[in-house]
Design a protein around this ligand. Sequence first.
Ligand code: MN
Length: 262
Amino acid sequence: MNNLDRRTILTTGAIALAGAAASAPAAAQAGPKSMFPVPATTIPIVGETDVYQVRRIYCIGRNYAAHAREMGSDPTREPPFFFQKPTDAIQNVAVGSVADHPYPSLTKNYHYEVELVAALKSGGTNIPAEKALDHVYGYALGLDMTRRDLQRALGDEKKPWEIGKSFDRSAVLGPIHPAAKTGHFTKGAISLALNGTVKQNSNLQNMIWSVAEQIAKLSDAFELKAGDIIYSGTPENVGPVVKGDVLLCKLEGLPDMSIKIV
Ligand code: MN
């Protein structure tokens, strides 16, 4: 192939690509449209006008030894376990605001769990822990809100605990901070105050399974993809809220996040 041929092919290819890009929106409009459109769940990204679209929400259970003990289990390094929340369970909380969070139905023992949340930009299966953080786009501060009475009752009956963990607005979340700016969170103080009194107070170093190890373990069970976020577990001293309570969550290196139970 001489240079002229190659240039011709490249030019033709470029035109074809440009044509495809230009016609893509028209093609999308021409295809079947949703009978009942469903909005995408997105999370704001600090410093970006674009947003982070959520694909799945994974959560790890009992990932701090002292919390495992308070939940009545043995905190030895048994394999981690995971559950999911529905994507639209996210309640976004802006930095500097105190977001109203409605007390949910059915429960009389509604608990806070402050957690570091990792947001993936890519994924795969069987990801080695040493490579896992390459898939993390950024981090946020989150609350895994829990109907503890229902979670416990369902667990005791060996039934799925969906109603205790995976209900509307149960995934409270601050904005995502790109790891390119903050670095990765492998240590640092994490705390939660209830009406000004510190209740949960630990360090990310006390996690039984690090974020990297969680990604590795999750990827053995699921194909992870961009848009997957992971609630990385809560430290000890979870507890109940009532209407009117204000929760203030802190993670060293990120802005605070706050909600009021209404
Ligand atoms: Mn949790």
